[in-house]
Write a protein that binds this ligand. Structure first.
Ligand code: FMN
Length: 199
């Protein structure tokens, strides 16, 4: 992608609000060969590595959360032609995370350790604004917690200091509308399920 387009995207994401305007996010951004080298090294590393996220992953998905998680998984597998229960092909699809789905760019989003949960919330806001900005520019972007499973490895790979905690990655580039994975849309619960009006 042209550098001015990426800079426009980053300028838009930079407008994200944060607690006391601390702006705790930092972005380590790879392009071209650097993305491919990272994908190769990370794919090799993750094949026999235990999860070591800096920010603890969810401990359990239950009830509606489990149902929604399953539904979006089935939608994806249906779109790319993976039968339910085909663990081998599901695992292969999961590994796409580590080749960044073929995207030319990868942004590693980190937060400042001392800013704790609220620093991470601000970084989550940054991720959302980044995604919306990408969409508005006609780009495609995929947020990825999957890479955060390898937080210490990523810190070492990029030579980041110990006070930078990995939040997630974002792979991005121009959209491939013909790809089957882009052939479905996820749903959302109606607002009546999430908003408790008190008039
Ligand atoms: C913080 C965060 C982490 C995510 N991690 C992953 C990931 O590791 N791999 C992946 O394929 N999608 C990941 N997603 C994408 C979600 O699965 C996706 O946003 C959700 O299913 C809703 O679909 P939509 O974005 O198409 O509306 C992540 C999304 C967010 C916000």
């Amino acid at each position: 992608m042209p550098r001015p387009t990426i800079e426009r995207l980053l300028d838009m994401a930079q407008r994200t609000p944060s607690w006391c305007n601390t702006q705790p996010w930092r972005v380590t951004l790879t392009s071209g060969a650097a993305t491919r080298q990272l994908a190769e090294a990370l794919s090799e590393h993750q094949s026999d590595a235990a999860d070591q996220p800096d920010l603890p992953f969810p401990v359990a998905y239950r009830g509606e959360y489990l149902a929604r998680r399953r539904e979006c998984g089935y939608q994806l597998y249906g779109a790319v032609g993976i039968e339910r229960g085909d663990r081998a092909r599901s695992a292969l699809q999961g590994r796409e995370n580590f080749r960044f789905f073929g995207a030319p760019h990868f942004a590693l989003i980190t937060t400042e350790r001392d800013l704790g949960t609220y620093g991470a919330i601000d970084c989550g806001g940054y991720v959302s604004v980044f995604l919306l900005a990408a969409q508005s520019l006609g780009l495609a972007a995929i947020p990825q917690a999957a890479v955060a499973a390898h937080s210490p490895w990523l810190r070492d790979y990029f030579g980041l200091p110990g006070n930078r905690l990995v939040v997630c990655g974002i792979s991005f580039g121009f959209p491939d509308q013909a790809h089957p994975a882009n052939g479905f849309r996820t749903g959302r619960a109606p607002i009546t399920e999430v908003v408790d009006w008190r008039d």
